[in-house]
Design a protein around this ligand. Structure first.
Ligand code: IMP
Ligand code: MG
Length: 190
């Protein structure tokens, strides 16, 4: 656990994307998705837990097409800031996605390993279509090429927290995307 004797906001070096900018961009993405799915009443959003929970909550409220929600849990990081490259499914879907129009909702694409793995697994279940929306993208870090259909923001190669994203499971509740002070990482004992 990270030092608990101080306020969360004391750990923040910088706000990279503020709340207003996030909300405006998410609304734009939702309008595009609404438009792109206007010819169908079948749309299933799959939220990748835990990081995408806040993005999903805002995106779903701005979508104007009927859609269902489901959740998948994947884990690739442990308590570090570097991907281990090993992706584990910790929660699977409750339903068959065969013949469905599926949209994966992800918080961030970094190396691309998590989405590549998830995409392969879901494609093997024969959806009618499979698209990806990712709030954030760190293009400089890509190791595996993954087709992302909708991207909120391209960001530099910095470890970010907030708006669902964590460091050691903390900071997910922040309503903006932030960069932590370097001393926060020094508390990590791995
Ligand atoms: P990838 O497999 O390397 O693309 O990593 C994707 C996953 O790593 C995301 O779903 C996040 O959970 C996590 N991740 C990547 N970059 C960050 C970051 O800057 N802050 C917090 N989590 C991150
Ligand atoms: Mg994630």
């Amino acid at each position: 656990m990270i030092n608990s004797s101080h306020n969360l906001h004391d750990d923040i070096a910088d706000i990279l994307i503020d709340e207003k900018t996030l909300q405006a961009r998410i609304r734009e993405l939702a309008h595009r998705i609404t438009d792109d799915y206007r010819h169908t009443d079948d749309l299933l959003l799959i939220c990748v837990l835990k990081g995408a929970f806040m993005f999903l909550a805002d995106l779903t409220r701005d979508l104007e097409r009927p859609h269902e929600l489901d959740f998948m849990g994947v884990s690739s990081y442990g308590a570090s800031t570097e991907s281990s490259g090993v992706v584990r499914i910790v929660l699977d879907l409750n339903q068959d996605i065969g013949g469905r129009n599926v949209l994966i909702v992800e918080d961030i694409i970094d190396s691309g390993r998590t989405l590549d793995y998830l995409r392969r697994i879901l494609l093997a279940r024969s959806p009618a279509s499979l698209r990806i929306v990712s709030l954030l993208d760190k293009p400089d870090r890509r190791e595996v090429d993954v087709p992302v259909d909708y991207t909120g923001f391209h960001i530099p190669n910095e470890f970010v927290v907030g708006y669902g994203l964590d460091f050691g499971e903390i900071y997910r509740n922040l309503p903006f995307i932030a960069i932590l002070k370097s001393e926060v990482f020094a508390h990590l004992n791995t």
